[in-house]
Design a protein around this ligand. Structure first.
Ligand code: TGC
Ligand code: FAD
Length: 405
C-alpha cells in the first residue's frame, strides 16, 4: 500500500507542522553549534518524512518499513557508537536531541530508533567480539538491517531475572528454546539480541538471525498505542545458534540492564519531545480558536494550563541537559536515569491530557497529534521499566532497601 501519496489531507498536514520548541530558560545557550545543527536537521527530517504521514500510519496500524533506511541515512541509529563501527561518533546530548525530535513526531518512530541504537547496536558494541562488531554494526547503523531486543517474556516483565528462555551447549553450537513477548521491531527484524540462561542459570546475550530454523517472530495485533511501531514475539523452538553468536563481553542481568540505562536516557528526551508537540499544538489552537468572541487563549483557565505545561517542559529541559552532561562524563547513575524517565513521561502524559482539553472536541481527532501522543505515552510509561519500577529504583537509592520482592 502506498505510504507517500500527496493527497489533500497530506498537503494540509505538511502546512500544519510549524513546530518550534519553547526555550524560556535559554537552554539553547547550553548547547553547541553542532547540537543545534543536529537538532534542526532531524527536525526537518521529521517534518518532511514523518509528520505528513504519521496519522495515516497510526490509524492503519502500519509500520513504515522504509523509514529504517531513512533513519540510517540521517544518523538516527547508534549516534554515540564510534564512526568506525557505523555509529555517529556523537555525544549523549546529541543522542538525546535526536530522540527528542523523533518522538516529537511519534513515540513509535522513536522506539524503532532507540531499540536499534541502544538495545541492539549498544550491546554488540559493548559486549560483542570484534568480529561481531564488524559483521553487524555497520549494517545496523546504515539501516540496511533492522534489529530487536528480547528481554521480556510472557511471565517475566518487570522481573526479567526470572526468565526461562534457555540455551544448551551442544558442542559445536547452542540450542535455544523459549519465547519473548512485547518485542519492538520483532516482526521485521533481521537480527535479535536475545537474553537467555545457560545450563548454570547465568544470563547471556545471543545474536539470533532471521532465517535460523525454529526462529519465528509473530506480530502482536490490536494495540491502541504505538500503532505505527511493529511489536511482536520471538519464538525459539530448538534454534541452533552458532557459538560465535554469543556476546562474550559480559554476562548476568547487569548486561541487559546497562543497555536499558542507555535506552531509558533516550526516552527521557523523547517524552519531552512528545510533551513539546502537545504544548505547541495547544498554544497555537488557543490563539486561533474563538469562543465568546475572543481567542480561548485570552481566558485565564486556558492560560493556566499553558503556563503549567511550559513550567514542566522547562524543568524537564534542564533535567535532560544536566543528565546528558553526566552521561558524557560517564557519571550518570541508574537512579538519575530512572528519575528523568519517570518524571518526563509523567509530565508528558499530563501535558497531553491538558492539551486535549484545550483542543476541545477536535482534540480527539487525528487532525491534531494529541490523542496519538497520549495513547503512545501509555506504552512509554510501561516499557523500559514501569512507572512504579522506576519509583522503586529511586526508593532503593534513597533508603538502601530493595522493595521489589
Ligand atoms: P538486582 O538484584 O537489582 O540486580 C541484578 C543484577 O543486575 C545488576 N544491575 C545493573 N547493572 C548495571 N546497570 C543497571 N542499571 C543495573 N540494574 C541492575 C545488579 O548490579 C546485579 O548484578 P550482580 O552482578 O550483583 O548480579 O535485580 P532485580 O532482579 O531485583 O531487578 C531489579 C529491577 C526490578 C530494577 C530490574 O529488573 C528492572 O529494571 N526491571 C524492569 C525491566 C525492564 O525495564 N524491562 C525492559 C525490557 S526492554 C523494553 O522495554 C524495550 S521497549 C523499547 C522501545 O520500544 O523503545
Ligand atoms: P508486569 O511486570 O506484569 O507489571 C504489571 C504491574 O505490576 C505494573 O503496574 C508494575 O509496575 C507492577 N509491578 C510489577 N512488579 C512489581 C513490584 N515488585 N512492586 C510493585 N509493583 C510491581 N520488552 C523487551 O524486552 N523488548 C522490547 O522491545 C519491548 N518493547 C515493548 C513495546 C511495547 C509497546 C510494550 C507495551 C512493551 C514492550 N516491552 C519490551 C516490554 C516491557 O518492557 C514490559 O511490558 C514492562 O517491562 C512491564 O512488564 P509487564 O508488561 O509484564 O508488566
Amino acid at each position: 500500500m502506498a505510504t507517500h501519496t500527496l493527497d489533500k489531507k497530506t498537503v494540509k498536514s505538511l502546512k500544519q507542522d510549524a513546530f518550534d520548541h519553547p526555550d524560556l530558560y535559554a537552554v539553547d545557550s547550553l548547547l553547541t553549534a553542532e547540537h543545534k545543527l543536529i537538532r534542526s536537521s532531524i527536525r526537518d527530517f521529521v517534518k518532511r518524512e514523518i509528520s505528513p504521514y504519521i496519522e495515516d500510519w497510526a490509524q492503519r496500524a502500519h509500520f513504515p518499513y522504509e523509514i529504517v533506511k531513512k533513519f540510517g541515512d540521517i544518523g538516527a541509529f547508534g549516534p554515540t557508537i564510534p564512526l568506525e563501527y557505523g555509529g555517529g561518533g556523537l555525544d549523549y546530548i546529541s543522542y538525546g536531541l535526536i530522540m527528542q525530535e523523533v518522538e516529537r513526531g511519534d513515540s513509535g518512530m522513536r522506539s524503532t530508533a532507540s531499540v536499534q541504537g541502544s538495545l541492539v547496536m549498544y550491546p554488540i558494541y559493548k559486549f560483542g567480539s570484534e568480529a561481531q562488531r564488524k559483521k553487524y554494526l555497520p549494517k545496523l547503523g546504515s539501516g540496511e538491517w533492522l534489529g530487536c531486543f528480547g528481554l521480556t517474556e510472557p511471565d517475566h516483565g518487570s522481573n526479567p531475572g526470572g526468565m526461562v528462555t534457555n540455551f544448551k551447549d551442544m558442542g559445536d553450537h547452542y540450542l535455544l528454546n523459549g519465547a519473548k513477548m512485547w518485542i519492538s521491531n520483532s516482526p521485521k527484524a533481521d537480527v535479535a539480541v536475545v537474553w537467555a540462561k545457560n545450563e548454570e542459570g547465568r544470563i547471556h546475550g545471543l545474536i539470533v538471525e532471521r532465517g535460523m530454523p525454529g526462529f519465528s517472530t509473530p506480530e502482536t495485533h490490536g494495540k491502541w498505542s504505538l500503532r505505527a511501531s511493529a511489536t511482536g514475539e520471538l519464538v525459539f523452538d530448538n534454534v541452533k545458534v552458532p557459538k560465535e553468536n554469543l556476546l562474550p563481553g559480559k554476562s548476568g542481568l547487569g548486561a541487559p540492564m546497562m543497555c536499558l540505562d542507555s535506552a531509558r536516557y533516550g526516552i527521557a528526551w523523547g517524552a519531552l519531545g512528545a510533551a513539546m508537540d502537545c504544548y505547541d499544538s495547544a498554544r497555537r489552537y488557543a490563539l486561533e480558536r474563538i469562543q465568546f468572541g475572543k481567542p480561548i487563549g485570552s481566558f485565564q483557565l486556558i492560560q493556566k494550563k499553558l503556563a503549567e505545561m511550559l513550567t514542566e517542559i522547562t524543568k524537564a529541559q534542564l533535567l535532560n541537559w544536566r543528565l546528558g552532561t553526566l552521561m558524557n562524563e560517564g557519571k550518570a547513575t541508574t537512579a538519575q536515569i530512572s528519575l528523568a524517565k519517570r518524571n518526563n513521561i509523567e509530565i508528558a502524559l499530563d501535558i497531553a491530557r491538558e492539551a486535549r482539553q484545550i483542543h476541545g472536541g477536535m482534540g480527539i481527532t487525528g487532525e491534531y497529534p494529541i490523542m496519538r501522543h497520549m495513547a503512545n505515552l501509555e506504552s512509554v510509561l510501561t516499557y523500559e521499566g514501569t512507572h512504579d519500577i522506576h519509583l522503586l529504583i529511586l526508593g532503593k537509592e534513597i533508603t538502601g532497601i530493595q522493595a521489589f520482592v
